[in-house]
Ligand binder design. Sequence first.
Ligand SMILES: *Cc1c(COP(=O)(O)O)cnc(C)c1O
Length: 231
Amino acid sequence: MSIAQNIASVKARLAAAAHKSGRTADEIKLVAVTKTQPVSVIEEALANGVRNIGENRIQEAEEKLPQLAAKFDEFHFIGHLQSNKIKKLMNLKPTLIHSIDKFSTASKLNDFLTLYDVEQDILIQVNTSGEESKFGIQPQETLAFVERISQLTKLRLKGLMTIGKLTTDEKEIRSCFRLLRELSERIEMADIPNVEMQYLSMGMTGDFELAIAEGANIVRIGSAIFGPRTY
Ligand SMILES: *Cc1c(COP(=O)(O)O)cnc(C)c1O
């Protein structure tokens, strides 16, 4: 299968899942995860209907993004953010940072933004699976964390992100996504200034239809578009 065919197939599956959940495809943002993919392959995806790209390593993004001749709409940072990489990340002008999970890093990011008098849209990453290997705030700590983050005036909190449990049990995966949606609803109801639960970023190649069924409106998809990754 070519990348063009893969993109068409992912978009068709996304649209079908959207309709099943009473929405339309244009209500769900597709982020093509381009990590490990060379510039030429990313260009091919951009020429065939991909508009938004996601990377999880700043150094890799730094090398590839300036080389892209094709235009894209949005760059999403989906990896773990270390405070010593903030300046480099901000140079890449991310539309959305999906993965805030540490107050000290968020606070340093806010200091940087204050210096340049700019604002940044962010999501908070929640560890909904309980897997120790995963980054993210614990579900029961999320509301308190949101309240602290809301004090950082240059950060615009736009929602939550999670990675579903790595298992073949669909019920378990779905319960991760349901938990994220419920947390987001609870936060919305708390009506915290400077906090808007606009986005639920959840769902990858193996589970994006389940995520959409639970309310995802950003899906992050790599291998279904590019094939398996070789590191
Ligand atoms: C790699 C990655 C993805 C995409 O994974 P696929 O299974 O290849 O679709 C999504 N989200 C994050 C945070 C990732 O690191």
